[in-house]
Design a protein around this ligand. Structure first.
Ligand code: ADP
Length: 404
């Protein structure tokens, strides 16, 4: 293994895996902490945790264990992956985990760059833009769990860390002043060449952290040159779509899909054993040729109403538990292709299907590959999409790619 990566959620990890797979490197993705005996023979091993909104102590402990697993198995370099919209709060985990990883590796500085130019995320003067809008003016301001109210990444990071924070802006990068001295450095990047610049101009004493795109230059830098062209496995044809994401793009994707497909909406306020059973009965009644959608996706107002009735984390947890249960029942009915929208939602579904390790297949759109787990009758294909990824036709695009 040359490169070891730790990601703070499951869809973010598949996004990273898909982009790194483009290099021709072999990539394996572990959901949750791998076992002592888990395979680690790929060029790149990625450990996906579900620690974005966990208490800091838990996130630091889990990421530390993941780092030790990777380092004792030969990882030459570690990469800390979080969301390209820097999802966190003042009590967030991005900074504390970076400091914990630095303590483990002995690195003295950390670079942060969530930019993903291909997906419209750019960082300029330390401010994060999403499709040209400042982060705090984008739909991320209404995220159910990590509403982003500021676009200045230095200001978001500073309360999370004990060391100094500085911005390495694009003007300074171009003028050749070199990496700032601060412990934590926010790197500007508005195009892919900027990400290559950051990675190649960052010495090994600096921990690299960011979205998935900053990792893309690493396979070349680490001289990972394998290029296997294996074809994707083919899971059984029965498919379903599960959406627990309330992001703006997911709302469009759901709106488009429900027009032509059997669809069932879950409401957190009324979710209980009985209503979940109703949904499962409904899935039983659907023609096997059809691909049903079960969704809790709702507008910001509807989400707020559910949260004020149930509490923020309970509203999320109720939906995630329901999605997990429904996915398990669907598997028992023979469903083997799952398209899942939502980072947290994907984590819940993957866990309930007992998927602990996947190989990476073809990309559906930038940052979202099909991934495969299990074998023979139990071979499962998963398209795990976080919030704002994909175009409005994403669900159909994903399903069509496996038909190909
Ligand atoms: P994204 O990738 O868009 O951020 P996630 O699945 O990570 O999506 O997060 C969305 C969160 O919102 C999940 O915890 C989910 O259970 C919760 N959720 C989904 N639908 C609703 C709803 N109608 N009301 C309140 N919370 C919801």
């Amino acid at each position: 293994m040359k490169l070891g990566c730790i990601a703070d959620d499951y869809t973010g990890a598949t996004d990273l895996a898909g982009l790194l797979r483009r290099s021709g490197a072999s990539v394996r993705l572990h959901f949750g902490l791998p076992k002592e005996s888990s395979d680690c023979s790929s060029d790149i091993e990625i450990i996906a945790l579900k620690c974005r909104t966990e208490p800091i102590d838990t996130a630091v402990r889990d990421c530390g264990e993941a780092a030790n697993w990777l380092l004792t198995r030969g990882a030459e370099r570690l990469y800390w992956k979080y969301c390209s919209t820097f999802d966190s709060t003042a009590q967030g985990n991005i900074g504390p985990v970076a400091e914990a990883l630095m303590a483990i590796t002995g690195q003295t500085q950390a670079l942060y760059c969530p930019a993903f130019p291909e997906n419209g995320r750019s960082v300029f003067m330390g401010h994060l833009f999403v499709n040209g809008q400042l982060l705090n003016e984008s739909s991320m301001k209404d995220h159910p769990l990590t509403p982003m109210k500021d676009a200045n990444l230095a200001r978001i990071l500073a309360p999370q860390v004990s060391g100094s924070v500085e911005i390495w802006d694009r003007v300074a990068q171009k003028s050749g002043t070199g990496l700032p001295d601060a412990t934590h450095i926010i790197g500007d990047a508005v195009e892919f060449a900027d990400l290559e610049f950051l990675v190649t101009n960052t010495p090994p004493n600096v921990l690299l952290t960011g979205g998935s795109a900053l990792a893309m230059p690493l396979p070349r830098l680490l001289d990972i040159s394998s290029s296997d062209s294996v074809s994707d496995p083919r899971p059984g044809p029965r498919a379903m779509v599960l959406s627990g994401s309330c992001s703006q793009m997911t709302q469009q994707q759901v709106a488009r899909y429900v027009e032509h497909n059997p669809s069932y909406q879950l409401h957190p306020e009324t979710l209980n054993e009985d209503t979940i059973r109703d949904c499962i009965q409904w899935i039983h009644s659907i023609d096997q040729e059809e691909t049903p959608l079960v969704y809790a996706t709702a507008s910001p107002d509807e989400v707020k109403a559910a949260q004020s009735m149930l509490g923020v984390s309970e509203a999320g947890a109720i939906v995630e538990r329901a999605m997990a249960l429904i996915a398990r029942e669907a598997f028992d009915m023979g469903v083997r292709r799952f398209v899942v929208a939502g980072g947290e939602t994907s984590g819940a579904v993957t866990q309930s299907l007992n998927v602990s390790e996947v190989i990476i297949g073809r990309e559906i759109c930038p940052g979202v590959p099909w991934v495969f787990s299990g074998s023979n009758q139990d071979l499962v294909g998963l398209a795990l999409k976080s919030g704002n990824f994909g175009s409005p036709s994403f669900f159909d695009d994903a399903l069509a790619l496996l038909e190909d």
